[in-house]
Write a protein of this length. Structure first.
Lengths: 261, 435
């Protein structure tokens, strides 16, 4: 929802980033305000996922220029955990499987670490069990999820639900959801979308990174950005998504090329 | 190097000479004297021997060791903090000698007998078993250290288990070293009769000890259909030298489960030899070794399938940090005629530092044609993707790495039948894998 005079949550200006010497982001711009949902779309290899990883602080990427501010504070020199404590959350396209780490104890550890950093009370195992029940039911997950190893042997849908479960307990101010819809069947997509809609409010923002318009039927964006060649080349409202769905990306790319010429 | 080993050997014999307290039993006397003669002729191994080339004992051979004092006072409350709630009997040895005052031996039932050598020899029936099994080391892997133990042991912990229904009784053998630059030679003899079940924790700690040498030998004999769980926890002082030989013989359809956890000493070496003596039988070995500081941890295991239908499964995991050196040599021998053997071995090593090293060598010797033998060894680092994932959820670098190290080791310890040890080992992992 677009709110007048809402606070700016994310401000990215002319961001340039590379991996192993190859430049991927080449002057990326985006401004996200409280209450808003943004969708970043674009063809394969356009830099969408790179943007989300750079935002979360993935160590493989080097930022070569530009600014990256979260609520007025630069994220550049912050470790991924410091960004998470401030309220940045990345929902992974491919959540990592960590055999041997129990999901439940990991979630409690993450929750308490982030709560502690925010000056809030930590929960003991029993209190945490109560706390997490409502979050589990929001995502149609049963308690047996907590007993399993983190993402280990989870189906694609279970992994994505688990990402949103983490979002639910960490209560981020900015959630970047990278291809959260990939690998989901319609029912799972509905559950995950409903989870995101329930968690989203006036004081936080969501950035969806997606290939397809399908997800946007369930989570309605306020802005759509088309990315190509490591830059945002077009921004519009949600009708742009329908146009992309029916006409593909080529016309936007053409438009951009003729503008450049 | 070799000269050092010879001099060290001579000095140990000389130091111990005055204390030799030979048994009144002629067979035992000659057994110890034979070992002594053999050990005099054949000095302790050095890195010039293939089997010991990674186990650098120069530090040990350069040191001057004396026999442990036999009457060291020890605070019972300190001892108590190491005991486990699962144990029905706790046998405490101080510097290799049985301490009746610190031990609690259950007399509630008679199916499992736990006693020292003297008591065992006073029981006519038990004496026959002890005489038959003591110093009947099975298979290869025997070294000068075994002979030294046989020549110089002061006592033997004897566990004799008869069939006792379905329950596993847990016996804790706590070996405490208190000396500074001393040596001791703990000895264990476990005899499981047909269908017997027993769980033994062989535990090594140092209380006030420094630079000492523990030279342990354990012999286990499993009769048909018996089941033995054997947990060896080596948590000797960080300055200690720990040498251990475990020899296991398995009869028809018996099951031997071993957990070998090594989290102490400056240099440790464990030779674990399990030998299938009859048809069938099941061997499961799980190992965990932690290397930190300049520690050397060496595990040489040998699984011998001598008869058909044997099964063995081995998982050995290690974490090497700082400038530590970790060695795994896993031999599996399938003798001619040992058809339908099913064996698998996995060795996974995690390197935490650029200066740590791992030497791993799976060694399969197969002389039968209808067998399944799988093996694999890997050496790797903490995955950057896993680390980033955990950090993106708010865990700082140290916490995330600690969690991943624990997760790596967990496979080995999660199904430990002695539950209280899980938390104990977890705390060693947390302490010793800090960056």
């Amino acid at each position: 929802m677009i709110i007048k005079n809402a606070a700016t949550i994310l401000s990215v200006h002319n961001l340039v980033a590379s991996i192993d010497g190859t430049q991927i982001l080449k002057g990326f711009d985006i401004t996200v305000k409280a209450g808003e949902i943004h969708a970043i779309m674009g063809p394969n290899g356009s830099g969408k996922s790179t943007f989300s990883k750079v935002l979360a602080g993935h160590p493989s990427y080097t930022v070569d220029g530009g600014t990256l501010e979260f609520k007025g504070q630069s994220l550049m020199d912050l470790e991924p955990d410091e960004r998470a404590k401030l309220g940045v959350f990345l929902g992974f396209q491919y959540p990592v499987e960590v055999p041997g780490v129990t999901n439940g104890s990991f979630l409690r550890l993450a929750y308490n670490t982030v709560q502690g950093a925010r000056g809030k009370d930590e929960l003991d195992p029993l209190e945490f069990d109560d706390f997490i029940q409502s979050k589990l039911s929001l995502l149609g997950m049963d308690a047996s999820f907590l007993e399993r190893s983190l993402n280990d042997g989870f189906s694609g849908g279970e992994k994505k639900r688990n990402e949103i479960l983490q979002m639910a307990i960490l209560e981020p101010t900015l959630a970047i959801l990278d291809e959260t819809d990939s690998g989901l069947d319609i029912d799972a997509l509905r559950v995950v979308a409903n989870g995101v809609n329930t968690l989203h409010g006036d004081s936080d923002a969501v950035v969806l990174v997606t290939h397809y318009q399908r997800l946007l039927n369930y989570i309605e964006p306020d802005f759509i950005h088309v990315v190509d060649g490591g830059r945002v080349i077009k921004t519009g409202d949600k009708s742009l998504a329908h146009e992309l769905e029916s006409r593909g990306y080529e016309w936007v790319l053409d438009e951009n090329r003729s503008r450049a010429a | 190097m070799s000269q050092q080993s010879v001099e060290f050997t001579a000095s140990l014999l000389k130091a111990d000479g005055a204390n030799v307290e030979h048994s009144t039993e002629d067979w035992l006397k000659s057994c110890q004297l034979d070992a002594r003669t053999h050990f005099e002729k054949c000095p302790l191994p050095t890195t010039s021997e293939e089997e010991w080339r990674f186990t650098d004992l120069t530090g040990l051979y350069k040191s001057t060791l004396t026999p442990s004092a036999l009457d060291t006072p020890i605070d019972p409350s300190v001892v108590k903090s190491f005991l486990i709630p699962e144990a029905s009997s706790s046998v405490v040895l101080v510097n290799g000698v049985y301490s009746p005052s610190l031990s609690t031996v259950s007399s509630a039932q008679t199916k499992i007998r736990v006693c020292n050598l003297k008591s065992a020899l006073n029981d006519a029936q038990l004496k026959v078993s002890v005489k038959r099994r003591l110093n009947s080391l099975e298979g290869d892997g025997v070294s000068g250290f075994c002979e030294m133990n046989t020549a110089l042991f002061k006592d033997v912990v004897v566990i004799h288990a008869d069939s006792n229904g379905n329950s596993f009784e847990t016996i804790h053998i706590l070996n405490i070293s208190t000396g500074k630059h001393t040596f001791n030679h703990p000895r264990l003899l476990l005899i499981a009769e047909e269908q017997a079940r027993v769980c033994v924790l062989e535990d090594y700690i140092g209380i006030g000890g420094f630079g000492y040498m523990t030279n342990a030998v354990s012999e286990l004999s499993l009769a048909a259909e018996s089941q033995v769980i054997h947990v060896k926890l080596q948590r000797d002082d960080d300055s200690a030298y720990h040498i251990a030989h475990t020899h296991v013989g398995i009869d028809k359809g018996a099951s031997y489960q071993n957990w070998s956890v090594s989290v102490g000493a400056v240099v440790s070496r464990h030779n674990l030899v399990t030998r299938q003596r009859e048809d069938g039988g099941h061997i499961a070995i799980k190992g965990l070794a932690l290397g930190h500081d300049k520690r050397i941890v060496d595990m040489h295991s040998c699984i011998e399938h001598t008869k058909p239908h044997g099964q063995s499964i081995q998982v050995h995991k290690t974490i090497a940090g700082d400038r530590s050196k970790i060695v795994f040599n896993g031999k599996v021998k399938v003798h001619k005629g040992a058809q339908q053997t099913n064996s698998s071995q996995q060795n996974r090593n995690l390197l935490l530092s650029a200066r740590a090293s791992v030497d791993t060598k799976p060694e399969l010797e197969i002389f039968a044609d209808d067998v399944k033998c799988a093996h694999g060894a890997t050496v790797g680092q903490v995955s950057e993707d896993e680390l980033f994932y955990l950090k993106s959820r708010g865990l700082d670098d140290d916490l995330a790495r600690n969690l991943l190290n624990y997760a790596f080791a967990k496979e080995v310890i999660e199904d430990l039948p002695i539950k209280s040890l899980g938390a104990v080992i977890e705390s060693y992992i947390r302490d010793q894998t800090k960056i």
